[in-house]
Design a protein around this ligand. Structure first.
Ligand SMILES: Cc1ncc(COP(=O)(O)O)c(C=O)c1O
Length: 449
């Protein structure tokens, strides 16, 4: 794997010239705490100055290795040439007209790409929005309009956003829901096939979980009342859980047999992140609707709902949209991002990242028994940390390791319902040396723990 800058002038090297945070970051942190609401947290105590490829440079001149990609956003890097070129040209032409007032070509071109790239060869249409949560909300609106039903089924450990409806769809209370209710009605939560924690063993997980889901929907909700089943093909915030193989196809079959719209939330897992354009391709799943955001536009805010044309057309004219949805600069960035993914074959790079990471993390697992599970696909890899000799979650070790990595100049994120998962989401353009150096830093953090 050769090294790619993903940003023209930024050296692809880790460099620490101050303690983390340095003095300039500390000054900015003080200004931040005076005027930015406390509810808006930050993982790292440093302020970014520049970023590109696999590094983030802070205001003190420290260069950090990026294993976060701004939460799975900058898959093509934070300043990919094609993104910068196309978005800059669009900025110079016009910033906004509102697609609902005078449309423009970029929006249509993004929808054409989405029709080509998403699974299935049926006629597809898309609608564009600003954020992942907005896309999920709109997928639910569309499914309800199409089916004329109200209930929505979601899963344990699922995450779908922070707006009122998506908080209701999200499983975890703290920090996402606590004190923010009441939540939207007609949401039903069912188990997900989580192999590592399935009580009767991973080998029984897919069938038993699917049976439970189908029984709960049939008996407690009534399949005929369900508009949509919404699931992440790899669950992100919930802990990078890959549902046991066979589970998703069974759920899709049940949805198809009962007139339920199957929605794949690929906001975190989509756009080459797992080594395929979309994670649901892994089991040959063709969703009725697919929600995308994050990686789609190289860091600019853009999201989409894409799906079967007849379902997408169920909402009446004027029923979907928003002032900024499908902003022309974000659309230009998306076209640059997709161009980069194709040109650099970022699916292949994500698979190579998986190979390197799983090899190294597997060796660490043999040494450190608090690593209970190593899992994920492509450049969406995680380790689940437990107490020695059991599967009891170990959130303390997780946050201690994350802090040690941060101090050493490695950006890592945590996740998981029990706060005990370290997740790795490097930009797909990261060089292999940086990738290995990041893993060295993680290993040193383990050794010190
Ligand atoms: C699977 C999934 N759905 C929805 C969202 C919400 O996206 P946004 O933060 O852009 O609203 C996220 C964000 O992390 C996500 O991972």
């Amino acid at each position: 794997m050769t090294e790619l800058s993903g940003g023209p002038s930024l050296p692809q090297k880790r460099r620490l010239v101050t303690a983390i945070p340095g003095p300039k970051s500390q000054e900015l942190l003080a200004r931040k705490s005076a005027v930015v609401a406390s509810g808006v947290g930050s993982v790292m105590p440093v302020f970014a100055a520049r970023a590109g490829g696999g590094v983030i440079e802070d205001v003190d001149g420290n260069s950090l290795i990026d294993f976060g990609s701004g939460i799975a956003v900058t898959s093509v890097g934070s300043s990919a040439e094609a993104v910068v070129r196309r978005a800059s040209a669009q900025l110079a032409d016009f910033t906004h007209t509102c697609f609902m007032v005078t449309p423009y070509e970029g929006y249509v071109a993004v929808c054409e790409e989405l029709a080509k790239l998403t699974p299935g060869d049926h006629a597809k249409k898309s609608a564009l929005f600003n954020s992942g949560a907005e896309a999920v909300e709109n997928a639910v609106k569309i499914a309800r309009a199409y089916t004329k039903r109200q209930a929505v089924v979601v899963f344990d450990h699922g995450y779908h956003g922070r707006t009122n409806l998506t908080m209701a769809l999200t499983a975890k209370n703290m920090p996402y829901k606590h004190s923010f209710g009441p939540f939207a009605p007609e949401i039903y939560r069912v188990p997900v096939a989580y192999p590592y924690r399935w009580l009767t063993g991973a080998e029984n997980c897919a069938q038993e979980a699917a049976d439970q889901v189908i029984d709960m929907i049939s008996k407690q909700v009534g399949a005929e009342n369900v508009a949509a089943i919404v699931i992440e093909p790899v669950l992100g915030e919930g802990g990078f859980i890959e549902p046991a193989k066979g589970f998703l196809p069974k759920i899709v079959e049940f949805a198809n047999n009962n007139g339920i719209v199957f929605v794949a939330d690929e906001i975190q897992s989509g756009f080459c992140r797992t080594g395929q354009w979309f994670a649901c391709e892994d089991e040959g799943i063709v969703p009725d609707l697919i929600t995308t955001a994050k990686g789609i536009a190289g860091g600019l805010p853009l999201a989409a709902v894409t799906g079967r044309a007849d379902i997408m057309d169920a909402a009446h004219s004027g029923g979907l949209g928003g002032t900024y949805g499908g902003n022309p600069v974000a659309c230009a960035a998306a076209l640059g991002s997709i161009e980069t993914m194709r040109e650099l074959d970022l699916n292949a790079r994500a698979r190579r990242i998986e190979e390197v990471m799983k090899g190294r993390l597997g060796s660490m697992q043999e040494k450190y028994e608090i690593i209970g599970d190593v899992r994920g696909r492509g450049a969406m890899i995680a380790i689940e940390l437990v107490q020695s000799g059991s599967k009891d979650p170990n959130p303390d070790a997780t946050s201690a390791l994350a802090k040690a990595c941060h101090a050493a100049g490695l950006v890592v994120l945590t996740c998981g319902t029990y706060g005990n998962v370290l997740r790795f989401l490097p930009p797909l353009v990261i060089g292999e040396d940086l990738l290995n150096e990041g893993l060295d830093l993680l290993e040193e953090a383990f050794a010190r723990l």
